[in-house]
Write a protein that binds this ligand. Structure first.
Ligand code: IP8
Length: 245
């Protein structure tokens, strides 16, 4: 089984403290990954590393920067977080290796993303656990813009022919208007009201964008909280299952 797992930035960092790892959160996630038997690709978000600097330099997935200091701050912070995530995995004998998207991908003038995935596929085939991260990406006409971990998941899942996709964030699933976890989503219309808006095409644009992007995947996706990560990696379907079939 091949699994693409996104660890939200809020799971592995202290969101309100610049460049601060949530040691307990990262350790718990790394323990769960170390116990898993699947072929894994891990993607992590920016949390208080990338987002802190991206806000400072006014950079988003659509608004770019040509300021090298901004690129260094944002990409540098993400590499530092990535090194911490990789180290916590290799400490547990997971064959984790870093893959930095800024060195590989680009967006065209319309914002469409091109991301080579051959290195991830090959690393996976060779028994490694590639660990990618939200990053910056070269963007025609904008300089460099943010590339979110969610976008990476959407690119990687078909590329590695993933059997399952997991999105682990600090919420226990996609929540209804009453605040309850929705068990299954098969069409965006079913949840458009609860998610507030159906025109979110930016995949980093909150839960609506996330659900839309996950519905477009061939593989079933599961959105769950950190406590459910071991269950997801054991093959269970905690939280919300997003599956268009
Ligand atoms: O937390 C964003 O990744 P995300 C990464 O998955 C940066 O949206 C550089 C802010």
């Amino acid at each position: 089984m091949t699994v693409v797992l996104k660890l939200g930035g809020s799971v592995v960092t202290e969101k309100d403290e610049p460049e601060t790892v949530d040691d307990a959160g990262l350790a718990a996630a790394a323990d769960a990954v170390a116990d898993a038997d699947e072929d894994l690709v891990v993607v992590h978000g920016g949390g208080s590393f990338g987002h802190h600097h991206a806000a400072e330099y006014g950079v988003s997935t659509t608004e770019g920067t040509r300021d090298v200091a901004g690129v260094d701050a944002i990409h540098g912070a993400m590499k530092r977080l990535n090194a911490r995530v990789v180290a916590s995995l290799t400490d547990r004998d997971v064959p984790a290796v870093p893959v930095h998207p800024f060195s590989a991908g680009h967006r065209d003038a319309d914002g469409a993303l091109s991301l080579p995935t051959g290195q991830v596929e090959t690393l996976l085939g060779e028994g490694f656990v590639p660990v990618l991260h939200g990053d910056l990406v070269a963007h025609e006409g904008e300089g460099a813009t943010v590339l979110s971990g969610d976008e990476l998941v959407v690119e990687l899942a078909p590329a590695v022919d993933a059997d399952r996709v997991g999105v682990c964030s600090t919420v226990p699933g996609v929540l209804s208007e009453a605040g309850e976890v929705i068990e299954r989503i098969a069409a965006f219309e079913d949840v458009a009201a609860a998610l507030g808006g159906s025109d979110a095409t930016d995949v980093s644009g909150g839960m609506a964008g996330k659900v839309r992007a996950l519905l477009a995947l061939e593989s079933p996706a599961h959105v769950f909280g950190p406590d459910d990560l071991p269950a997801f990696l054991a093959g269970e379907s905690p939280g919300t299952t997003v599956d268009a079939e």
